[in-house]
Design a protein around this ligand. Structure first.
Ligand SMILES: Nc1nc2c(ncn2[C@@H]2O[C@H](COP(=O)(O)OP(=O)(O)OP(=O)(O)O)[C@@H](O)[C@H]2O)c(=O)[nH]1
Ligand SMILES: [Mg+2]
Length: 301
């Protein structure tokens, strides 16, 4: 299956809900002011947030007033264009070419899909010939290290680890040292997830970041937040909190296949302006796809 097919399948729930509502608002009747209120509601229900939905619909309405929108097909076409326009600034792929080892620190609240996403990313990097090392910095949850190692074995990747309950920053330090010594291309650090409202999680992550930077200039090169699409608007709050504390360089959105809340990507662009690197559309290792604004817009409607 190609990328676009996967995104299309992954966004099926969001699309079905959005299309049903948009069509209900515009088909079989002349387009009027009311239709735009209903479209705005549809976009809000896709979890795009009030502010962002308003902005999107305001530009549609302006086109309608200029006579550029006449039919329900015009509406859908214009929505696709506006969504693509909104998402294009956050379509910036990770730039892993320059430095070695390139260090990726993966963060996020519990259960969003960090460990799985790390494995998926590693598999993508491997297919372009890169060597990978994992650092098991989730020493908090029982069995977290084993979970990472199961993936590592499958992908023939080594894991730097300490005992359960040990200092995650010490693991990160050893992992960076090992990556340097072994001439590894990409080091990916898995971390523990807890509620983003717990201050100690942020402090723990800040410490990892500091220790990594001390051992390797410019590292971590990528501070990547993993968010779960089924959390919708709450994922925006998570992104804000992590960004404030840790200056994110990118976001990965997982579980788009399980939700009708895919619209929450719009405020990530409009309010946060943090690059979305990949999107996750399933549990399998090849269910991670580079983010494309055009494909996303095309698939969501
Ligand atoms: N449907 C679907 N499931 C996913 C996706 N990504 C991850 N998952 C599932 O989400 C569950 C949690 O994934 P993990 O990778 O363990 O999440 P985590 O963030 O590492 O969790 P903690 O380490 O406990 O904080 C697993 O069952 C994954 O298979 C996705 O894109 N789609
Ligand atoms: Mg994990």
């Amino acid at each position: 299956m190609g990328f676009f097919e996967k995104i299309k399948n992954g966004l099926a729930k969001t699309r079905d809900q959005l299309i049903t509502r948009v069509e209900w608002a515009v088909s079989g009747k002349p387009i009027d002011e009311n239709a735009f209120d209903e479209i705005e509601e549809a976009v809000i229900l896709a979890d795009a947030g009030f502010e962002t939905s308003q902005l999107l619909v305001a530009s549609l309405k302006a086109k309608w007033k200029r006579g550029q929108i006449k039919t329900s097909d015009d509406i859908k076409q214009s929505m696709k264009e506006e969504i693509e326009k909104m998402l294009t600034p956050i379509e910036t792929p990770m730039n892993i070419g320059g430095t070695k080892p390139f260090v990726i620190l993966a963060l996020g609240v519990n259960g969003v899909g960090k460990t799985t996403t790390i494995a998926k990313m590693a598999s993508i990097f491997q297919s372009s010939g890169k060597t990978i090392l994992f650092g098991a910095c989730d020493t908090f949850r029982a069995a977290a290290i084993e979970q990472l190692e199961v993936w590592a074995k499958r992908l023939h990747i080594d894991t730097v680890k300490h005992a359960d309950g040990s200092d995650p920053a010490a693991v990160a330090y050893d992992a960076v040292k090992a990556a340097k010594a072994r001439n590894i291309d990409i080091l990916i650090l898995d971390t523990a997830g807890r509620l983003h409202t717990k201050a100690n999680l942020m402090e723990e992550m800040k410490k990892i970041k500091r220790v990594v930077a001390k051992e390797l200039d410019g590292a971590p090169h990528e501070v990547l937040l993993v968010v779960d699409a089924t959390n919708g608007q709450n994922a925006i709050a998570q992104a804000k909190a992590f960004h404030d504390a840790l200056q994110l360089t990118g976001i990965i959105i997982t579980k788009l296949d399980g939700t009708a809340k895919g619209g929450f990507i719009l405020p990530i662009a409009h309010l946060l302006n943090i690059p979305v690197r990949y999107i996750g559309v399933g549990e399998k290792v090849d269910d991670l796809i580079p983010f494309s604004a055009k494909d996303f817009a095309e698939a969501i409607l």
